[in-house]
Each structure stands twice: as C-alpha cells, then as structure tokens.
Ligand binder design. Structure first.
Ligand SMILES: C=CC1=C(C)c2cc3[nH]c(cc4nc(cc5[nH]c(cc1n2)c(C)c5CCC(=O)O)C(CCC(=O)O)=C4C)c(C)c3C=C
Ligand SMILES: [Fe+2]
Ligand SMILES: [Fe+2]
Length: 333
C-alpha cells in the first residue's frame, strides 16, 4: 500500500437487528420527536402529505405525546424503553454466535440508534457484507419494508457499499412456531390457573392494506393457525392498537377481550406473537389496559404471556434464522 492509501480493515460480516423504534425518554417532548418521525413515514400513514401533515402537526403532535408519555412511564425500565433494552439484549446475547468474523449489532427504524449510523459503524469496522434483520415475523410494508428502505437509503450515500441481504419474514417457519409453542407452554405452566382460551393479538393495520396487496393479514392468520395446531388447542386471533379513523383489521383485541366473558370465557391468556420484543403495545396496551377491559366485562382471571424477547427459545430462533441467511457468506460452523 502507498503511504497515502486509506486503511482497509480485515473483511467482516455484519448482522443488524432492527426493530421499530421508541422514544429516548418517557416524556412528552421525546415522544413528540419520535412520533413526528414515525408518523411522517409514508409507509406507515398512506395519506398524501399535503392532507396528513397538517393533521399530524396541528392535532396529533399536540395531543398524543402527553397521553403516550404517560403510557410509556408505566412500562419504562431502569435501562430505558423495553423495546430498546430487549433488542439490545438480543444483540448482546447473539454476539459471537456466528463465529469470530461476524459482528452483531442493533438499530431502530425511528429514533436511536438509527439504521444509517449503525450501517456506517459496521462498514467502518470492515463489514463488507451486512444482513439487515428487521425482527418482524409477519411481513408488513409499514414495518419490514420501511426498515429495509432506511438501510438502502443509507447505502445510497456510500461510495463503497457493503453487500446487503435482508431477513425474510418467518411467520410460518417451523423454528418460529416451535419457539412460540415452547415459550407459551412454559408461561402457561407457571400460571396458577388453566385458561379457557388463548388469544393471539397482532398489531393491527388499516383494512385497505390487505386489498392493496400487503400479505401481513395472511401472515398473521397463518401464524395463529400454526400456533394453535402446535399447542393442540384453539387460538383466537385479534388485532390491536388501532390508530386513526379508518377501518382496521378485525376482530379488535379490546373488543374481543370485552366480549369473551359473555361467551363463557372467564379465564384468558393472551400472547403477542407478532412482537419479537415486549414494548408499549404489549406491556401497557395488553397487559395493563387489556386486563382491565377483560375484568371489567366479567372476566375472572387474565394472564399476559411474554414475547420471545431474549428468552432461550427466542434466541435459539434468532440464531437459526440468521445463520440460515448467512449461508454462503461465512464458512460453515
Ligand atoms: C409489530 C408490527 C407493527 C405494525 C404492523 C405497526 C403498524 C402501525 N403502528 C402505528 C402506530 C403506532 N404504533 C406505535 C407503537 C408501536 N408499534 C409497533 C409495531 C407495529 N406497528 C411497536 C413495536 C410499537 C411500540 C413502540 C415502543 O416504543 O414500545 C405507536 C406509538 C405509541 C403510541 O403513541 O401509541 C403508534 C402511534 C400505525 C399507524 C401503524 C400502521 C399503519
Ligand atoms: Fe405500531
Ligand atoms: Fe388474509
């Protein structure tokens, strides 16, 4: 190398776990910053910006942050937002699992740490090949596609781009279904009651995205069916977290929890298979508000079963699906 040649690090492989994003703190200004970025994403709100931005900036960002900050305060941990803390723990636990040449890191689509910064870090560390792994079992344009968009946008600014692979959805992967079964059975065994019904609650989406060709609804249906088959019992599907006035996928989780006692279901367990990490939507919306709804409508016992998170079955699953996508990039173990 000539003396003025830029340094070239030893080639490595990067794995970037990506989740949705979360505020930096559980206060209204931080939530407002986060919501402004999140809800300005045209993959998330598919209303022309000329119509949507005045509603977002004039109404939503002046009302929702205070309410959402209060919700975040109820689930915030010493190490921060549950979503960020758990995603970080997943990356830490997986470090070293794929051999000495593979670096595992994590990023958030909205907020911090950002995808572009993490790709730049990986590249600077010598990663010439990077697997972008959006941790959404069910493909959705509002989650999977926008995470990949952000990665590709980061590459657009690079002279020397790394080669990129993206993690496919894994909604019907036997390893995913086995991990869910294992996790649900372990959680059920620790309860002091036997639930009459298990509800599988997925994040909702506007109903029209189904007609527009998003496979999310079908992926959720198949996951719920396969989980029911694996558990050998009925699993009732529902969709949570409705946002805005449009019609969303049904049945809604809150309406389902309110109706179940009237149908004779007095003891319920609920799991959220579409979330790879517990977050506001599971810990506050389901485990706190969902419980209140069920009990207020005549339910007697309620249990929220945790997400796969950094549990042993969760990490086994992530290890397997990531190792498969790295095939051909690294020497077999
Ligand atoms: C798991 C898949 C998710 C899909 C699909 C999804 C779609 C979607 N979400 C909103 C609006 C909001 N979601 C919010 C939080 C949130 N959403 C997901 C996942 C999916 N969203 C997660 C993991 C989280 C939790 C973030 C955390 O910090 O813990 C919020 C913010 C919270 C609040 O103010 O209520 C909003 C808003 C839309 C509009 C949408 C699809 C159109
Ligand atoms: Fe959401
Ligand atoms: Fe469908």
């Amino acid at each position: 190398m000539t003396p003025d040649h830029p340094p070239i690090p030893t080639p490595r492989i990067g794995v970037l776990l990506v989740n949705l994003g979360t505020p930096d703190a559980a206060d209204a200004p931080s939530v407002k910053r986060y919501l402004r970025e999140f809800l300005s994403d045209r993959r998330v709100v598919e209303i022309p910006p000329i119509v949507w931005q005045p509603i977002l900036r004039g109404i939503i960002l002046n009302t929702r942050p205070k309410k959402s900050a209060h919700a975040y305060q109820q689930v915030w941990r010493e190490d921060g937002s549950p979503l960020a803390a758990i995603t970080r723990a997943q990356a830490t636990a997986l470090a070293g699992s794929f051999g000495p040449d593979v670096t595992v890191d994590w990023a958030m689509r909205y907020g911090n740490p950002g995808i572009a910064a993490k790709i730049a870090d990986l590249k600077a560390a010598g990663c010439e090949r990077i697997l972008i792994a959006p941790l959404y079992p069910q493909y959705c344009a509002a989650t999977t596609a926008t995470a990949n968009d952000a990665a590709f946008a980061a590459l657009a600014a690079m002279r020397w781009q790394p080669a990129i692979r993206t993690l496919p959805p894994y909604y019907d992967d036997p390893a995913y279904i086995a991990a869910l079964k294992d996790s649900v059975e372990t959680a059920l065994a620790a309860l002091d009651f036997t639930p009459d019904t298990i509800v599988a609650s997925f994040h909702g989406m506007p109903q029209r995205t189904l007609a527009l060709g998003d496979p999310y609804h079908c992926h959720c249906q198949k996951t719920a069916r396969l989980l029911g088959e694996a558990l050998g019992r009925e699993v009732v599907i529902a969709f949570q977290s409705r946002f805005g006035r449009a019609k969303w996928l049904e049945p809604a989780t809150d309406a389902t929890l309110a109706a179940l006692p009237g149908r004779g279901v007095k003891r319920v367990a609920i799991v959220a298979p579409g979330f790879s990490a517990d977050c506001l939507e599971t810990l506050e919306e389901i485990a706190i508000r969902g419980r209140d709804t069920f009990l207020a409508n005549g339910g007697e016992t309620f249990a929220y079963l945790p997400c796969l998170n950094d549990s042993a079955p969760g990490l086994l699953l992530l290890g397997r699906i990531i190792a498969r996508e790295l095939e051909g990039w690294r020497a077999p173990a």
